[in-house]
Design a protein around this ligand. Structure first.
Ligand SMILES: Nc1nc2c(ncn2[C@@H]2O[C@H](COP(=O)(O)OP(=O)(O)O)[C@@H](OP(=O)(O)OP(=O)(O)O)[C@H]2O)c(=O)[nH]1
Ligand SMILES: [Mn+2]
Length: 179
């Protein structure tokens, strides 16, 4: 018998909330970081109607290796090779310089699998929704504007993946005068 949500999905949620427990977002209210990864998984489930469970799980884990002490080995052992492969695809190499990481996000977007592209689209949608209402602490207007411009370059390389998510992103780019 299949029951929803699955035990594996719940374990994923618990693991992500534990690993990100001390991190906060950069918004003035210092939202717990885990809210972002929950948003990304929820966008995929509710707004994009994705039922591919490893994708929804990888969405919960998409920043766990990049931003906590978790390793790909941990993720593979706990959640399997499929979920781990997706997390790998969406993880930036933090040892690289920021400019190079930003350049690689644009270049790698085009080469990603369809399932990884879904996660990246939802990730950017959540970050941009947040940026529409908040300026992260310490950011100038110019930096916020540059993020929208860069995010559009990433999204342009993710197109043809999910019409609904792309429409919602395009509404934001339109509002910012980028489309
Ligand atoms: N909009 C927004 N972003 C926040 C907030 N707190 C943290 N972030 C993260 O900040 C990143 C953008 O900041 P940058 O200065 O451009 O990049 P950096 O953190 O990698 O140095 C986003 O990462 P990214 O690489 O675009 O994506 P990802 O790391 O989420 O996968 C986003 O996840 C917040 O309150 N609002
Ligand atoms: Mn993210």
């Amino acid at each position: 018998m299949v029951t929803y949500p699955s035990a594996k999905f719940m374990e994923c949620l618990q693991y992500a909330s534990f690993k990100h427990r001390e991190q906060r977002r950069k918004d003035p209210k210092e939202t717990p970081y885990v809210n972002h990864v929950i948003n990304v998984s929820t966008i995929l489930s509710v707004e994009a109607c994705i039922t591919d469970e490893p994708v929804l799980m990888a969405a919960l884990l998409h920043d766990v290796v990049e931003d906590t002490d978790a390793t790909f080995e941990d993720v593979e052992k706990l959640f399997g090779a499929d979920v781990c492969g997706l997390v790998r695809e969406v993880t930036d190499d933090k040892s690289l310089e920021k400019q190079e990481r930003k350049r690689l996000q644009i270049a790698n977007a085009a080469k990603s699998s369809c399932r990884a592209k879904l996660i990246k689209l939802a990730d950017k949608l959540d970050n941009l929704r947040d940026l529409q209402v908040n300026t992260p602490t310490g950011w100038t207007e110019e930096r916020r504007e540059q993020y929208f411009i860069w995010a559009k370059k990433v999204v342009d390389n993710l197109r043809g993946t999910n019409a609904n998510l792309e429409l919602k992103l395009d509404e934001i780019f339109h509002q910012r005068g980028l489309l």
